[in-house]
Design a binder for this molecule. Structure first.
Ligand SMILES: [Zn+2]
Length: 250
């Protein structure tokens, strides 16, 4: 109970860290109390560039204040000016070191990094085709509208409604990719596995996104099996599959 209340304060309405969350994080790190940070925050920060850069900015500001504030030297004292320069240089070095440490500590895990580098949502191939049979599905089309604007939580909402009405490979692929944008890897895997097993328009794409999902969920050998097959069968993802194969960590 206490935890859930605390968690609400630590996040803003958009699911990112609130100002309190940022302050809490920096306090915990600076006081060597990383164990107090909820794992949900650690997981979020690993993947969220927005919160990473907000923490770094806040930390830089705090460093700057801490390092410059005590220096209150009279203006015409040469010795003090020199001292001030040394403080300024030290502040810059400390700030750079802090940034380097923050980047090192909170850089994404290797396979998450690979995922982030290679994951781009599958393009909308339905809306632009004037006579595509599935254009009559209004929920699918509304979902794709939001999908094209990268508003994935709204896209998700419509894809799920469409799927409840009538499931299809098209919906499973776009919903699977949408799940990947929302960090719902397990849900993505179960949808994409189905599509990748069936011969059809989206089999190749579903296999590619399934491999990416396996990479992110630490199922590297399953990913490698799919990617190796894509290379040997000259899939449309052949080149990407070949280069990503060399990057996956076991
Ligand atoms: Zn965030």
């Amino acid at each position: 109970m206490k935890n859930s209340m605390q968690n609400e304060v630590l996040y803003n309405g958009e699911g990112h860290f609130s100002d309190e969350g940022i302050a809490f994080w920096i306090d915990c790190i600076s006081e060597n109390k990383k164990n107090l940070i909820p794992s949900s925050m650690i997981n979020h920060l690993e993947e969220c560039r927005i919160c990473q850069s907000r923490i770094i900015e806040a930390q830089m500001l705090i460093d700057a204040i801490n390092n410059y504030l005590p220096v209150t030297s009279p203006p015409f004292n040469v010795k003090h000016i020199n001292r001030q320069k040394i403080f300024a240089a030290a502040a810059i070095i400390i700030t750079l070191a802090a940034i380097a440490i923050l980047f090192y500590l909170f850089r994404p895990q290797d396979n998450n990094d690979v995922f982030a580098d290679y994951f781009h949502p599958y393009p909308d191939v339905i809306t632009k085709k004037s006579n595509h049979s599935e254009k009559s599905d209004s929920f699918l089309m509304k979902g794709l509208f939001y999908y094209n604007y990268s508003v994935f939580d709204s896209a998700y909402h419509y894809f799920v409604r469409a799927q409840k009405r009538k499931s299809s490979d098209t919906l499973s692929l776009y919903l699977g990719v949408t799940y990947l944008t929302m960090d719902k890897t397990d849900e993505a895997i179960s949808l994409l596995e189905k599509v990748s097993k069936q011969q059809g328009q989206f089999q190749d794409a579903a296999s590619w996104y399934l491999a990416l999902a396996y990479i992110r969920s630490s199922q590297s050998s399953k990913a490698e099996t799919i990617l190796s097959r894509m290379v040997s069968e000259h899939s449309m993802y052949e080149e990407s599959a070949e280069s990503i194969l060399g990057l996956i960590k076991p």
